[in-house]
Design a binder for this molecule. Structure first.
Ligand SMILES: *Cc1c(COP(=O)(O)O)cnc(C)c1O
Length: 394
């Protein structure tokens, strides 16, 4: 029996090695002290999603430690069985105010939130329209429910409208659901939220927006892409955000009407059947959101870093994808070239993401550079300099 498993496993690994898509974990040796992650000796991290540097902010780390002292290390059970604490309640209220929605619900991770929302809201008779570059967890959510799904061309509202019209023409019209990342995680560009809301309304479709990379970064007080676009919960009825990117912690939320939240408590299986978000993590997120609101300088500094990076990269004619967010990508093409460039940067102690299929389409492997408020001009100059050299050499 184990022989056949071993054979199957090694065949799987061989396939990925032959495709240059074999993934290895790198040992992250940045110290876990309160030193900003991007600034340790000469090593500079351009791969994490800690856009405001909050994962190492003393106020956030202290809130986590205090939370652990008070509540222990775990929620110990599903929120329905006994894992719902006052800090969860406070954090949900804070998030609903911050994102300008009537209510919010916490999940242990963003991946679970997306699975839970889409499995709960769709069923085999629904018809889902995904942006082609949506996050894997959104696609998996509609796969799980058995809903019909199709993918429209990235950001292409004409294509989306055309496809929705075709589906509407059917005799028994299904419930349509439009699903999109707000900020695309491997590109850094932003969905046309107002147009999405208009098209969804015209077709009586529900709109689900995953704002994992917008919260903390965009909009008033960092309330996210929907706040920036001034779209209410009537226009975007379902917003998902993570506590694990700009907020520097772990966990996620769904925000929308009270009826949406009450329904998810009934139907979202990753909520019902999983241990709740650790209360200490909720304490950390609470502190992080307060910092987002009370200390806007971090966000201003981040946007300055983004501006500086783009200007420096453009001066070197680096082929950046369009993006005004902390996610900056350079499409390098095939897997081998992408890995070679990332390796040569790593040799200079510059860490950038080497993103390959199936995360991105075949032939569109890329370097994913993430910026954060703690990066210095000197570090960015060094990155741009080595990027230019590496792109030329490989
Ligand atoms: C990271 C990410 C998620 C998953 O969030 P986790 O909290 O890391 O599980 C979901 N959607 C998008 C767009 C993401 O980038």
């Amino acid at each position: 029996m184990t022989d056949s498993l071993d054979q199957w496993l090694s065949a799987q690994l061989d396939i990925r090695k032959a495709q240059h898509r074999y993934r290895t974990r790198w040992l992250n040796s940045f110290p876990s002290s309160a030193t900003p992650s991007s600034n340790v000796g000469s090593a500079v991290d351009f791969s994490g999603n800690d856009y405001l540097g909050l994962s190492k902010a003393p106020q956030v780390c202290e809130a986590l430690a205090e939370g652990a002292k008070r509540y222990g290390a775990s929620a110990t059970a599903s929120p329905l069985v006994g894992g719902y604490f006052d800090v969860h309640q406070r954090l949900e209220a804070l998030i609903s105010e911050w994102t300008q929605r009537p209510a919010a619900l916490l999940f242990p991770t963003g991946f679970q939130a997306n699975l839970g929302v889409l499995d709960a809201l769709t069923h085999p008779a629904s018809h889902c329209f995904h942006d082609r570059l949506n996050h894997a967890s959104l696609l998996d959510g509609t796969r799980l429910s058995g809903a019909k799904s199709e993918r429209y061309r990235h950001l292409d509202m004409i294509h989306l409208d055309k496809r929705m019209t075709a589906v509407s023409a059917r005799q028994s019209e299904p419930q349509k659901v439009v699903i999109s990342d707000a900020v695309f995680s491997m590109e850094g560009d932003i969905a046309p939220l107002q147009e999405l809301a208009d098209i969804a309304q015209q077709h009586a479709a529900w709109l689900v927006i995953d704002d994992a990379h917008g919260v903390g970064v965009l909009g008033k007080d960092g309330g996210g892409a929907c706040v920036e676009a001034a779209l209410s919960h009537k226009e975007v009825p379902v917003v998902i955000g993570t506590l694990s990117k700009a907020l520097g912690g772990q966990g996620a939320f769904v925000a929308g009407s009270q009826a949406l939240i009450d329904t998810l408590i009934q139907l979202a299986r990753p909520y019902v059947f999983s241990t709740g978000l650790a209360p200490a993590q909720a304490c950390a997120a609470e502190a992080a959101i307060h910092l987002c609101r009370d200390e806007p300088e971090r966000r201003h500094q981040l946007h300055e870093v983004i501006h500086y990076f783009r200007a420096a990269a453009e001066a070197e004619s680096l082929p950046l994808l369009p993006s005004r967010t902390p996610i900056q990508a350079i499409v390098t093409g095939d897997e081998t070239r992408t890995l070679a460039i990332a390796e040569s940067l790593k040799a200079q102690q510059l860490y950038v993401g080497a993103i390959r299929p199936p995360t991105v389409p075949i032939g569109k492997s890329r370097l994913r550079i993430t910026l954060n408020a703690t990066h210095t001009r000197q570090q960015i100059d060094r990155l741009v300099d080595h990027l230019a050299k590496a792109l030329q050499e490989h």
